[in-house]
Design a protein around this ligand. Structure first.
Ligand code: AMP
Length: 364
């Protein structure tokens, strides 16, 4: 095994692409370890900048700004998966970028992602490449309905997707995804959605947190619950799957793996991966000694990973839009960690904060 680079000592600077709440919580976790953060984001007044040591406000294709940023940081990571690949490769010429290019390319394109999973022997929904109405019609004949048409790139929280219940909807669906290269996915009959937050260090060590059970409202995560309620055999399979995916990608950092639990059989089917800290892992801030955010910073800085051991049961509720207006009431709750992201306007559907309620651990 080649010699590993030395861990970055306290006082080193981690560059973070993206300035949302995930970047904010990464910066706060880094500070606990004496590490600095430099946020790079195109928007003025981003929420991560409020708690970071340094900020660059520039476009992701601003070569001069990227060069200057790379010169000021010791490693670069990111808090969203749609970092342009050119940006990542430009930075990688000057400074390590973790997680690396492979994870980004797999996670940015649903077709590449599905093919990757298939190559690994990991179950996914049946899928087909869709490039026009003709290929969509063929795919619908093969896969059947209901099915979901999803753009290959840039979809999130249910955006860039359309459910198809009848083959006559082919051209409407193709219009609905703006004729973008897409995949058709067969509809998975699932009884629950769970996710695993897995970390992989520079030395290849992995650490997976307990799976959370996730509930959504309007396609947006609303509640994560740990323990998931599934037996240890199912949870262990989910953790092993996530570790296998991380190892295959030679991943460094924290990754979220979203899974469906098939109705009845409880077979695990991968929905998608996120090459970053994940909303369904926010509970680790109160439920574990080392949170997903600290774990990510440890990994990208080449530090040993912390234990993913959970010390409490937890529920994490997202505060969406006006939910956060109840902050005074929420702040009175015992055994609850309230997080407000410092965002200005509470638009509908905007993640404004979250609250994690903990209770004594009920399962091993
Ligand atoms: P995604 O953007 O792929 O995470 O999808 C958003 C949500 O749509 C998921 O969390 C599921 O609730 C639902 N969904 C996505 N794909 C499928 C599928 N193949 N079968 C059933 N439900 C799905």
């Amino acid at each position: 095994m080649p010699d590993l680079p030395a861990p970055l000592p306290p006082g080193s600077t981690i560059g973070v692409l993206g300035g949302g709440q995930l970047g904010r919580m990464l910066a706060m976790a880094a500070a606990r370890l004496g590490l600095r953060t430099h946020i790079y984001c195109p928007e003025d007044n981003c929420t991560a900048a409020q708690v970071a040591d340094a900020v660059t406000i520039a476009a992701y294709d601003d070569k001069a700004a990227l060069k200057a940023f790379a010169a000021q940081v010791d490693v670069v990571t990111y808090e969203f998966e749609n970092v342009p690949t050119d940006t990542a490769s430009m930075l990688a010429q000057d400074v390590p970028v973790r997680p690396g290019a492979r994870a980004l390319s797999v996670a940015q394109d649903r077709l590449t992602e599905k093919n990757f999973m298939q190559g690994l022997g990991v179950a996914t929904a049946p899928f087909a490449d869709v490039t026009d109405v003709g290929s969509l019609t063929t795919a619908l004949a093969d896969i059947g309905t209901p099915a979901i048409l999803k753009t290959r790139r840039l979809g999130y929280d249910g955006k860039g997707q359309m459910r198809i219940d009848d083959t006559t909807q082919a051209s409407t669906a193709w219009e609905a995804v703006n004729k973008q290269p897409s995949i058709l996915e067969g509809f998975v009959d699932f009884e629950a959605e769970i996710s695993v937050i897995v970390a992989r260090g520079l030395d290849g060590t992995t650490a997976a947190y307990d799976p959370a059970r996730n509930d959504h409202e309007n396609h947006i995560l609303s509640l994560s619950t740990v323990p998931s309620g599934y037996p240890e055999t199912v949870e262990a399979k989910a953790r092993t799957l996530a570790e296998k995916i991380a190892a295959e990608l030679d991943y460094v950092g924290v990754m979220g793996v979203e899974l469906f639990v098939a109705s009845g059989t409880r077979k695990l089917i991968v929905n998608e991966i996120a090459p970053r800290v994940h909303n369904s892992g926010h509970w680790t801030l109160e439920g574990c000694t080392v949170s997903q955010f600290e774990q990510h910073m440890r990994a990208v800085a080449g530090w040993p990973l912390g234990s993913p051991q959970r010390h409490s049961d937890a529920t994490m509720t997202n505060l969406i839009g006006s939910d956060a207006d109840d902050w005074q009431q929420l702040a009175t709750e015992p055994n609850a960690g309230l997080h407000l992201y410092g965002k200005g306007e509470a638009r509908p559907g905007r993640k404004m904060g979250h609250i994690t309620r903990i209770s004594p651990k009920t399962s091993a």
